[in-house]
Design a protein around this ligand. Structure first.
Ligand SMILES: Nc1ncnc2c1ncn2[C@@H]1O[C@H](COP(=O)(O)OP(=O)(O)OP(=O)(O)O)[C@@H](O)[C@H]1O
Length: 575
């Protein structure tokens, strides 16, 4: 008895019949077709599917179609199940069995590395939907009445900071807190502090609680509470004539009885830089860019004897797109990197949180927003090495000089060194210790292009932090240094190319980038030839662009307001 079987499987006389994939019906009409010819007598036939021409009569076509419908959905295709043409039901592989294939493994590994790449899509989901809830349940909460205000510590445009204490305290040290009464920007700061507390608690001042206080007549006010970390910021310590020995004393807890000199100062500065980079690495690894790194925002924690970062009010969380405003103008101009924005201005405004989260690894790699903080940290390094740069006027003057040298520190050095004061010379000497490894690290932090700047993790692995310095590097350390230097190459052209591709493809809504913007990207000089028609066309284009820009900005603004709602709902309110 012979039967023509098609579809994915047909039961016939106790035998499960399988042929290759079911084909579109049009193929049956006199075309060549893959069909399995099966003999029911041979229960375990090894026969392969043969190709032959089916000249189907009307009745046969009807039967075939009937068979197809019967077959579909009965079993999986043999190609997947590797079952041959005829296999007993009992010998079929179990349907839930996972087949490991090379492309499958590559795909799975690729997906996993994408989900774990900075800023971490997968850890982000875990943090937001598990850790945040667990923390809410177990962390102590505070109310306005629990806090006794003390002296004012500072006042910025977005809030006032007080030293305070808790009315009910378990020990005298326990009760010392810092309270910030902040405007609507306090909501961002609460979000960032909570994120940091869960992801890298040691990087920043110990955040205790934050809530919305709306009983005051002033309107919306966010109250943020931190543990009181200590009296001194790095700015206070830098202003002392004793710097860096005053830092050594508080880090070690005692005054060293050693001769003062460059070597010793270098070691102290190394320690401060290591602690600062460690704190930054913690923030960056979790997708947070501080954007306001400066000595005033680095506090010395007396308990842990380390420097910690404060004031996350201007920080951006690139994992979920909070405070992600590509064109936002930034903050303290004394410490801001030349790009001034953490994201390329070609990057479209942040999409909704799930999309921002899904795209975050790509956007992070394209923009490397963390390098904004690295530039600021580099300037702090410079201030530690050169006392003349510790004053506002000194730093502003340095910034002007560096800008004139196209942000090339080596060029700046060439201009100032020949006529430098003994104090400036001493700074260069300090950085030139151990074969100039300090200078090398500094120049890899303070660079014009963000892409060419070293990351916090890279800086921590730099030989500058090995005690022996450059000359005593082992083979492996030397290799590491060479790799580090290779990674300092300029890959911005490649990134630009990718951005261009993204820009060209554009979306229907955004309309992609205009030719003029692409021109700007390519840094091609616009043609100078002009004619009345060309001028008229240019004016019309300019006008059109202006209208589009205005509409986009208004939509952005509306979106931003709408988007700002979702995460501020997480902030507790005082009952
Ligand atoms: N956890 C802390 N422990 C001890 N002191 C702190 C702490 N947090 C903040 N301070 C002190 O309060 C000051 C102001 O804090 P912060 O920078 O967060 O406020 P701000 O309103 O943003 O100020 P500004 O606008 O001047 O930066 C700091 O310079 C520091 O001296």
């Amino acid at each position: 008895m012979a039967a023509v079987a098609t579809g994915t499987g047909i039961g016939l006389g106790g035998v499960r019949l399988h042929s290759f994939n079911s084909r579109p019906l049009s193929l049956f009409l006199g075309k060549k077709l893959n069909l399995g010819i099966l003999s029911a007598d041979k229960k375990l036939s090894t026969s392969r599917t043969r190709n032959f021409v089916v000249l189907a009569s009307g009745v046969e076509i009807f039967n075939l179609v009937h068979d197809v419908f019967l077959g579909v959905g009965v079993g999986l295709p043999c190609t997947v199940m590797e079952c041959g043409d005829i296999i007993y039901r009992s010998t079929l592989p179990r349907s839930n069995e996972i087949t490991v294939t090379v492309p499958g493994v590559i795909l799975a590994l690729g997906t996993l590395s994408y989900l774990w790449a900075t800023p971490g899509v997968a850890p982000g989901f875990f943090d937001m939907f598990v850790l945040a809830f667990v923390e809410r349940v177990f962390r102590p909460t505070y109310k306005k009445d629990d806090i006794v205000l003390g002296k004012k510590l500072g006042e910025g445009s977005f809030g006032v900071v007080y030293r305070a204490s808790l009315a009910k305290k378990s020990s005298s040290k326990d009760g010392e807190i810092v309270l910030k009464k902040a405007t609507e920007y306090g909501a961002v700061e609460i979000w960032m502090n909570e994120r940091v507390r869960r992801a890298c608690a040691n990087s920043c001042a110990d955040f205790m609680y934050g809530f919305l206080e709306n009983s005051t007549k002033k309107g919306v006010e966010y109250w943020l509470i931190w543990k009181f970390e200590g009296e001194a910021t790095l700015a206070d310590l830098l202003q002392s004539k004793e710097f860096p020995y005053n830092v050594e004393a508080i880090i070690l807890g005692e005054v060293q009885d050693l001769p003062k000199g460059l070597e010793r100062e270098n070691r102290i500065i190394q320690t401060i830089m290591r602690q600062l980079l460690f704190a930054l690495d913690g923030l960056h690894s979790t997708g947070i860019v501080h954007r306001d790194v400066k000595p005033q925002n680095i506090i010395f924690s007396e308990d842990s004897r380390t420097f910690k970062i404060i004031d996350l009010g201007a920080a951006a969380d690139l994992r979920v797109g909070i405070n992600y405003i590509p064109k936002e103008f930034l903050l303290d101009p004394r410490y801001a990197a030349p790009e001034q924005y953490i994201m390329s201005t070609q990057t479209p405004s942040a999409p909704s949180a799930p999309v921002a989260t899904a795209l975050s690894p790509v956007l992070w790699q394209l923009n490397l927003p963390d390098r904004f903080d690295i530039y600021s940290a580099g300037l702090i390094f410079l201030q530690m090495a050169f006392p003349a740069l510790r004053t506002d006027s000194g730093l502003i003057q340095f910034n002007r000089q560096l800008k004139r040298c196209d942000y090339d520190l080596n060029a700046w050095r060439k201009t100032v060194e020949p006529r430098a004061s003994p104090e400036i010379r001493r700074g260069f000497e300090l950085l030139d210790l151990d074969g100039g490894i300090g200078w090398e690290l500094l120049t890899s932090m303070v660079r014009y292009k963000a892409r060419q700047r070293i990351s916090a993790k890279g800086a921590l692995a730099h030989p500058y932090f090995d005690r022996e310095g450059l000359l005593a590097l082992s083979f492996m350390q030397n290799l590491r240094l060479q790799i580090f230097r290779a990674t300092q190459q300029d890959y911005s052209e490649a990134a630009k190319w990718i951005i261009q591709l993204m820009a060209k493809s554009g979306t229907q809504k955004e309309g992609g980038f205009t030719e003029a913007q692409l021109q700007e990207l390519r840094e091609i000089e616009p043609k100078k030839k002009s004619s009345p028609q060309r001028n008229a066309l240019a004016s019309a284009l300019r006008f059109q662009r202006k209208i589009i820009r205005t509409i986009n900005e208004s939509v952005d603004e509306l979106n931003r307001r709408r988007k700002s709602l979702w995460w501020s709902r997480w902030i507790p309110r005082e009952e």
